[in-house]
Design a protein around this ligand. Structure first.
Ligand code: COA
Length: 167
């Protein structure tokens, strides 16, 4: 079992629970650009659903839906699945920072610290996806060393580009 408090030295990290949904919603709803590319727009119900969602063949104990706090302020949310799509890979299903702290390197710092922890824990790669055409997401993951895995998949509303980083 991974210790989420070790995901960051800089921020306090803990698992999110249903009582946190309202606070998560407030963080998410200001990120309009994200939902333009990845509709539908967030609701408290969609957050509740995402907190439970799992890829096929994964169990609840493989899922780490966490919040990052700078003192009392929730500054980032991440959905991490351990061992997906294979044992040595961790999958980031969702990552978002509060709009008030964006563009200061905080998102990159969080990913950098997470990579160090996951490597130490024994993972050899991280996998994730972004919606094709979302400049913010594409720029951010490229800046953090992720490259296209050569796989895409289509949903009804958009195409997801799968990317990965070797640890
Ligand atoms: C992507 C995200 C996590 C980055 O968080 P952050 O704390 O701002 O991260 P950083 O400050 O480390 O880096 C942000 C980079 O994105 C770039 N960026 C921000 N908005 C952008 C836009 N509209 N178009 C292109 N690049 C953009 C910034 O220029 C910066 O890169 P730079 O340092 O080379 O200038 C944050 O913008 C976010 O939560 N977006 C909405 C959710 C999302 O897209 N998540 C990722 C996909 S799952």
């Amino acid at each position: 079992m991974m210790d989420v408090s070790l995901f960051s030295d800089r921020y306090f990290v803990r698992r999110m629970v249903s009582d946190d949904i309202e606070e998560i919603y407030k963080l998410c709803r200001n990120n309009a650009l994200y939902y333009k590319y990845c509709p539908p727009f967030v609701t408290e119900q969609s957050i509740a659903d995402d907190m439970k969602a799992l890829p096929s063949n994964k169990e609840a104990f493989d899922k780490y839906y966490v919040g990052y706090y700078d003192e009392d302020k929730l500054i980032a949310v991440m959905d991490l699945i351990r061992g997906y799509p294979n044992d040595r890979t961790a999958f980031i299903g969702f990552f978002m920072t509060d709009i008030s702290v964006q563009g200061k390197g905080i998102g990159s710092e969080i990913i950098h610290e997470l990579c160090a922890y996951l490597k130490e824990y024994g993972f050899s790669s991280i996998r994730l996806g972004w919606v094709r055409g979302n400049p913010q997401a594409e720029h951010f993951w490229h800046k953090n060393g992720f490259t296209e895995a050569g796989v895409t998949y289509d949903t009804d509303n958009y195409t997801v580009i799968v990317a990965q980083l070797a640890l």
